[in-house]
Ligand binder design. Structure first.
Ligand code: ZN
Length: 263
């Protein structure tokens, strides 16, 4: 694949980086990334991935833009209140970079559609805000041999990590269930609308996720696989926690219990 004159100019600041260059940029242009959620995390993820020239960018979200989203969901604008989030996000991203393909799924990711949707992508970015979807992404990506760059937010905190233990060459690297085996009981989980979130914290975590996606796709630098990075905006501090595959993990352990996605 040859870069066009337009692409040489558009991606000039990437091309000049020794670690990226023509080869790295061509890899991004050939990549297919699915972002689950076009909300607080999905907004910066999608903006940076579109700008970076990810060749095919998928967006799945079942929701519509609400006025209370705009405090942090910067891919959406006031004029888009009431529109499906995937439509609003696509309009913004096409203004940023009309040269990439953007595919939209105005659906909720569920056991009955996850495999067919994931099949078209080589990397999944998790920008969801609920545990059911997070476990579904983890399990389906592991079974389908996809890399996941995961992020989560609460109040003034956020965290990111990467799972790719299902991918050839990365067997033995841990999954989300190695960290947290089962979803917490529903009544113990504080949700964003109850607990609140400082909008810019979503920008920090989503931007870190976008950074990790680009690095994973180009195969440069240290991976966040097996490492949880926790950000605390109040103390303005980052903490890194290393974790390993759990041999008793129901998904990637020695005796797997979860061997397919059950509808
Ligand atoms: Zn596991």
């Amino acid at each position: 694949m040859e870069l066009s004159d337009e692409q040489f100019v558009r991606y000039a600041r990437h091309l000049i980086l020794e670690e990226v260059g023509d080869e790295g940029q061509e890899r991004l242009l050939q990549s297919r990334v699915l972002c689950v959620g076009a909300g607080g995390l999905g907004s910066p993820i999608l903006m940076y991935l579109a700008a970076a020239g990810i060749g095919t960018l998928g967006i799945i979200d079942h929701d519509e833009v609400d006025l209370s989203n705009l405090q942090r969901q910067i891919v959406h604008a006031t004029a888009s209140v009431g529109k499906p989030k995937v439509v609003s996000a696509k309009e913004t991203l096409e203004r940023v970079n009309p040269t990439i393909e953007i595919r939209t799924y105005p659906d909720r990711l569920a056991p009955n559609n996850v495999e067919s949707i994931f099949a078209d992508y080589n990397l999944i970015v998790d920008g969801t805000d609920n545990f059911d979807t997070r476990y579904l992404i983890n399990d389906a990506a592991y079974l389908g041999a996809k890399t996941v760059v995961s992020g989560a937010l609460l109040r003034f905190e956020g965290q990111i990590t990467t799972f790719r233990g299902g991918v050839e060459g990365h067997r033995g690297e841990p999954c989300y269930r190695c960290l947290f085996r089962e979803p917490p009981p529903p009544d113990t989980i504080p949700r964003c609308e109850e607990a609140g979130i400082l909008g810019a914290v979503a920008g920090v975590i989503g931007t870190l996720q976008a950074t990790e996606v680009l690095k994973e796709l180009m195969g440069i630098g240290d991976s966040m696989s097996g490492q949880l990075l926790v950000f605390d905006a109040i103390g303005m501090a980052f903490r890194k926690i290393r974790y390993k595959r759990n041999p008793t993990c129901p998904l990637c352990g020695d005796i797997p219990v979860i061997t397919s996605i059950v509808d």
